[in-house]
Design a protein around this ligand. Sequence first.
Ligand code: GLU
Length: 449
Amino acid sequence: MNATIKARIEAIFDQVIKRNPGEPEFHQAVWEVIDTLGPVLHKHPEYAEQKIIERICEPERQIIFRVPWQDDRGEVQINRGFRVGFNSALGPYKGGLRFHPSVSLGTIKFLGFEQTFKNALSGMPIGGAKGGSDFDPKNKSDGDVMRFCQSFMTELYRHIGEFTDVPAGDIGVGAREIGYLFGQYKRITNRYESGVITGKSPAWGGALVRREATGYGTVYFAREMLNVRGVSLEGKTAVVSGSGNVAIYAIEKLQEYGVKVVACSDSSGFIHDPDGLDLDTIKQIKEVERGRIGAYRVTHKKATYTANGNIWDVPCDIAFPCATQNELNEASARTLVANGCIAVSEGANMPTTPEGVKVFLDAGICYGPGKAANAGGVATSALEMQQNASRDAWSFEYTDKKLQNIMMDIHRDCYETAKEYGLKNNYVAGANIVGFRRVAAAMLAFGII
Ligand code: GLU
């Protein structure tokens, strides 16, 4: 990379650190992107002149609000709510809500930043955003969750809208929470504005396949990466971390493709079933009982449960990190490669640490970063918005076909762009460059706003 451009990118990063103290995940997400943009600035000096990168690193708006609510015992609880509209160059702000005790402004900014590039890469007309709260839905009653969601929406509603900002789910926000949030929005605004939120139940305006889309999409992306190398998924062994919505539907699609999935996890530990996981049991534990993954052993005695263990110690051909950020570090990446892993496809957002990513790239295995590999979820949200706008409802097969085509296009765009820049097989650079170029071109057209 040209020394002036390198120095410029480093200076931008220094500013990001200075202006956003105490937000290491946001810094990490920014560096991971801008570190790959040197060749683009070289080709497009106008992006440097117009300070496009500097502008992209500054969220367009950040909303922080109090969320007071009363729990089942009558005790008053106070949480903090966030919504960061990161970039609206390509469409209304779009991105999920995360309810988890670890949520802070820095978490939401890292996710909103990632979302901006992911959404651009998806090829759909959506900007980037993220929101959430430090509320912990774990072990809460339906009543507690409902009152929290109602209070959260009582502030959020004034900032969102089908042409302004369209939230959806993320960790801790599934069909139940989306129902309560949409119900309160509808009640406060006196509008049945279906397109204001996605991930709705297909019974009231949601899209078929949205529930499955992130997990299925991650598998489609892995299939495409392997395809380029003339390898098929069938007969392979996989490990999928997590056991939430993304992991469950990644496992479902993998099993459909004849892959043996031997391990999955939750925040308390992982299960390993050498015969292949029984997905019905996992769905029962996680989707119906909202229990812990260790309960799998009650009916599957041959499986092992390791509390607080490292799931990446389980040998596999393909790894699907589908839990959370920075869940796969350098040592785990080395273990995977040493155990013969040939591909990693990220269902979660930024699950691999920068050192881990380097291990995968140096080893030359297929590595699909979350921005590309998990874009199927938000892309299908955009399909939900399309259906809402036209008051239509598409079949499962039709929507799934569209999702497959979107994932194939994303894969091709990343692959071809990396090649164009002399970085063959580097999907990290490919994804960042494609996403950035799309956002940058629109920002340039709009002038200095
Ligand atoms: N939370 C998901 C993501 O990280 C989906 C967001 C959406 O559907 O808007 O992409």
